[in-house]
Design a protein around this ligand. Structure first.
Ligand SMILES: [Mg+2]
Length: 266
C-alpha cells in the first residue's frame, strides 16, 4: 500500500486529478476525530477552509454511516453533497435510485428498524451504560466502545442481534455493530451512483472504517481508494484493500491541502 504523503502518493493523486475525479469522504475518523461518544463528534475546524476551495474544482461528497439529519448538522459547508445511512439517504433531498430498485420484498426498512429497536431495548439496557444505541431510521447502530470488556460485549451483541427477524445485514465498525434493514445498498453503490451523476472520470474515496473497506474491495482499478489508519486500528494488524493510506485525521487534512495545490498547478 502506498503512503499518500509521499512522492509516489503525489503521482497517484496527479494521475487521478487528470481524470476529473469525484472526491468522496467518510466523516467519523476521517474529517472528524474519533471520540468516545459519537454524539460529541465535530468536523475538524481545519477542514472547511480546505474543502471550500476544492469544491470549486471538483465535486465533493461526504458519505457517512450517520443518519442524514445528524450528518448535515455536523457539516458547516453549503454545496457539498451529503449521503447518510451507509449510502441510503441523500441530501439535497433525493433517494438513491439503486436503493429503490433493490427495496426488498415489500418490507419497509423504517418499520423493520422500529421493530428491531423495540426488541433490543430491554436486553441492551441490561448490558449497562457502556452501550450506546442509535436509531438512524433505516439502520441501527450499537456502540460498545465504553464497555470494560469490549470483545465479550461484541460477542454478546452478535448473539443478541442474530435473533432479530428479518435478520439484519450486520456491518461491523470500530466498536460498533451497524444493523442494516434488508434491501439497502452499501457505500459502494452510493459512490458509484455519485460518480455517474457528476460525470466524474474517477473517484478519490477516503475512509477509516470497516464499512469503507466494502468500497475499497469493489472499487475499479482507476479509483484512488485511501484508508485512514489510526493507532487503535493498527494494533489489530488489520489489512486493507485500499490502494493508499494516510495516518489519522491529520493525514487527511494534509492530503486535502495537497489536492488543492496539485489541482491549481494542473
Ligand atoms: Mg469512519
Amino acid at each position: 500500500m502506498i503512503h499518500l504523503q509521499s512522492a509516489a502518493g503525489d503521482a497517484l493523486l496527479l494521475e487521478c486529478l487528470r481524470n476529473r475525479p469525484l472526491l468522496a469522504l467518510d466523516f467519523d475518523g476521517t474529517l472528524s476525530p474519533l471520540v468516545p461518544q459519537p454524539a460529541a463528534a465535530t468536523m475538524d475546524p481545519r477542514v472547511p477552509p480546505l474543502l471550500g476551495p476544492l469544491m470549486a474544482m471538483m465535486p465533493v461528497a461526504i458519505v457517512s454511516g450517520r443518519g442524514i439529519v445528524d450528518l448535515a448538522a455536523r457539516v458547516p459547508l453549503t454545496g457539498v453533497t451529503l449521503v447518510g445511512n451507509h449510502g441510503n439517504e441523500w441530501l439535497p433531498g433525493e433517494r438513491p435510485s439503486v436503493s429503490i430498485d433493490r427495496a426488498s420484498a415489500g418490507l419497509d426498512p423504517g418499520q423493520v428498524c422500529l421493530a428491531w429497536a423495540a426488541d433490543l431495548a430491554a436486553p441492551l439496557a441490561q448490558m449497562g451504560e457502556g452501550i450506546a444505541f442509535e436509531s438512524k431510521v433505516l439502520s441501527l447502530s450499537i456502540h460498545y466502545r465504553l464497555m470494560a470488556d469490549r470483545e465479550m460485549a461484541r460477542l454478546k451483541l452478535l448473539e443478541l442481534v442474530s435473533q432479530l427477524r428479518p435478520p439484519p445485514e450486520i456491518i461491523e465498525g470500530k466498536f460498533v455493530l451497524n444493523l442494516m434493514a434488508p434491501g439497502l445498498v452499501t457505500k459502494y453503490e452510493a459512490v458509484e451512483e455519485l460518480q455517474g451523476r457528476f460525470g466524474a472520470g474517477s473517484v478519490i474515496f477516503i475512509g477509516d472504517d470497516v464499512t469503507d473497506e466494502r468500497v475499497f474491495e469493489r472499487a475499479p482499478p482507476d479509483w484512488l481508494t485511501v484508508r485512514v489508519w489510526d493507532d487503535e486500528a493498527n494494533q489489530g494488524g488489520e489489512a486493507s484493500a485500499a490502494r493508499a493510506c494516510v495516518h489519522g485525521v491529520d493525514g487527511v487534512i494534509e492530503v486535502l491541502g495537497r489536492l488543492g495545490r496539485l489541482s491549481r498547478n494542473l
